[in-house]
Design a binder for this molecule. Structure first.
Ligand code: DAH
Length: 340
């Protein structure tokens, strides 16, 4: 009898629901009861075989069972969902009274910091910042800088050669000829970057950084070079910095000078940073040798130039009080952390 069958279905499903532990099993029950081939669905389909007199009564009973089971399933679903949520809330609880975690902030490497400061100052004075290759032709590094092959002045720099004609640039001066070849005067460029020499102790590293500067224009003089470098040094190290120019020699400049600044640590009195002398040697500079201009296709009768080459490691060491240059290239986070 259909009425008994209905009673049995209700009883079984309600019992099953009571034991169900997860949503997946509920979904299975839903399919079994109300699905295409579900027990209630099949009973409804069977209505057409029931006599017209009995149909309203049986129909009402099936409907009643449908409502009852739907209700029971929904209630159980809600209970299970609440349980899942409660568990989630309990396990994912955040204790907002706990101290926060430190966010680790990076910082500029001392060398990059110096490059930023120096290029900022130079850009303010109208210079463009350029780059050149670190693997360079002998021609640009030496020959175009008036240092021919086998010339004794090559001994000033202990160079890493890759082939006879290709080397790791030993000076950023190598960009001078490249820029002179590709630009029309007047121009003002600076080029910071890595340079390489076979040298290693507390004040020399096989990899180091320089910044080259070059100005080519009509009527460029030593006075322009001196005043420009004075402004640059004062902006970098402070207004009270004293600057000293000494005669020197570089094959690519004539005349050549070396430039010292009063020690920013002791202001010229003498300390361990300046080894008691009160002054620090920082760069080479000079009026570009007319031969260098001519080799790169610039008319030396019309144009003159001045150039300078900065040691950036030394500058960083002075500004940050670093005593061993090798620390700059070890990538030791404990060392770098000090310069935040
Ligand atoms: N290139 C030189 C060096 O590494 C530094 C230098 C001196 C650069 C004089 C210049 C300059 O541009 O004019 O020792």
């Amino acid at each position: 009898m259909i009425i008994d069958e209905l009673e049995k279905i209700k009883e079984n499903i309600l019992k099953e629901l009571a034991d169900v532990k997860d949503i997946k099993s509920i979904n299975e029950i839903k399919v079994r009861v109300f699905g295409k081939n579900g027990v209630i669905t099949n009973l409804s389909k069977g209505m057409r075989d029931i006599s017209p007199e009995e149909r309203p009564k049986i129909g009402a009973l099936i409907n009643e069972a449908r409502v009852l089971l739907t209700d029971a399933i929904e209630k159980k679903e809600k209970v299970l969902e609440d349980e899942v949520l409660a568990l989630k809330l309990a396990t994912e609880k955040v204790d907002i009274t706990q101290p926060g975690k430190d966010v680790k902030l990076g910082a500029l490497h001392p060398i990059n910091d110096v490059i930023d400061k120096l290029t900022d100052i130079c850009v303010n004075m109208g210079f463009s910042v350029v780059e050149g290759p670190e693997i360079e032709y002998d021609y640009y590094n030496f020959e175009a800088m008036n240092i021919p092959k086998n010339h004794p002045s090559r001994d000033m720099q202990d160079t890493f050669f890759i082939t006879e004609d290709i080397l790791l640039r030993s000076q950023t001066s190598a960009v001078q000829a490249r820029e002179m070849e590709s630009r029309k005067p007047p121009f003002k460029i600076v080029c910071p970057g890595k340079t390489y020499r076979n040298d290693s102790d507390a004040t020399h590293s096989p990899i180091f950084n320089q910044m080259e500067g070059l100005v080519v224009d009509e009527n460029v003089s030593m006075a322009d070079l001196k005043s420009m470098l004075t402004i640059l040094m004062k902006r970098l190290f402070g207004e009270d910095t004293a600057i000293r120019f000494r005669p020197s020699f570089f094959p690519f400049t004539e005349p050549s000078i070396e430039v010292d600044v009063s020690c920013p640590n002791c202001h010229g009195k003498g300390c361990s940073t300046c080894k008691g002398s009160g002054m620090l040697e920082l760069l080479g500079a000079g009026i570009v040798n007319p031969k260098v201009l001519e080799m790169s296709g610039i008319d030396s009768k019309k144009y003159k130039g001045f150039a300078f080459g900065f040691g950036l490691d030394r500058t960083a060491m002075i500004l940050d009080g670093i005593s061993d240059i090798r620390n700059l290239y070890k990538n030791d986070i404990r060392f770098l952390d000090q310069f935040k």
